[in-house]
Design a protein around this ligand. Structure first.
Ligand SMILES: [Zn+2]
Length: 167
């Protein structure tokens, strides 16, 4: 990723929001895994997604964001246990927020950067809701986006204060 210049990406302006929506739905599906596994210290890559009740691996065609939930009517294909509405909700909210970011920033790298920030905020908010913690792997990964990093803050303080005031 190269910054500078206009920060634009070569995508037709009208395609940015639909692409962001679909990408957001897919990222939301991954966030469901992150939200469930990171607090438990389980790998987000292995084992593959499976039913929490019968442990049957979820087939790719049953793992399409939002749509699979709708056509399976919120139940596991194998054991028929009920699947929380939260999974498609996280996918849908992520997709809509990504589309909103794309609407605001258009085909620029700012869209990619802000989508990354939105995804980490959703994961942090849901994990905080479930466990009243925000894992370092999420909060530290985000620190480079908005607030200056610790070393960045120290540099700001050093510039803002007379040399004698900084130990
Ligand atoms: Zn099942």
């Amino acid at each position: 990723m190269v910054f500078g210049g206009s920060m634009t990406i070569e995508i037709a302006p009208g395609a940015v929001m639909p692409i962001a929506l679909v990408f957001g739905l897919l990222v939301g599906s991954f966030l469901n895994v992150v939200i469930h596994r990171i607090p438990l210290g389980i790998s987000v890559a292995f084992p593959p997604s499976h039913c929490p009740e019968c442990k049957t691996p979820i087939k790719p065609w049953d793992n399409i964001p939002v749509l699979s939930y709708l056509w399976l009517r919120g139940h596991c294909r194998n054991c028929d246990c009920s699947i929380s509405l939260r999974y498609p909700a996280v996918e849908l909210v992520t997709g809509l927020l990504f589309a909103a970011v794309a609407w605001r920033f258009g085909p620029t790298w700012w869209t990619a950067i802000h989508c990354l920030f939105v995804a980490s905020l959703i994961a942090a908010a849901m994990i905080d809701f479930d466990h009243q913690i925000i894992p370092d792997s999420i909060s530290l990964g985000r620190s480079g986006h908005g607030a200056p990093s610790r070393s960045g803050r120290e540099r700001l303080v050093r510039h803002a204060l007379p040399r004698s005031a900084v130990a």
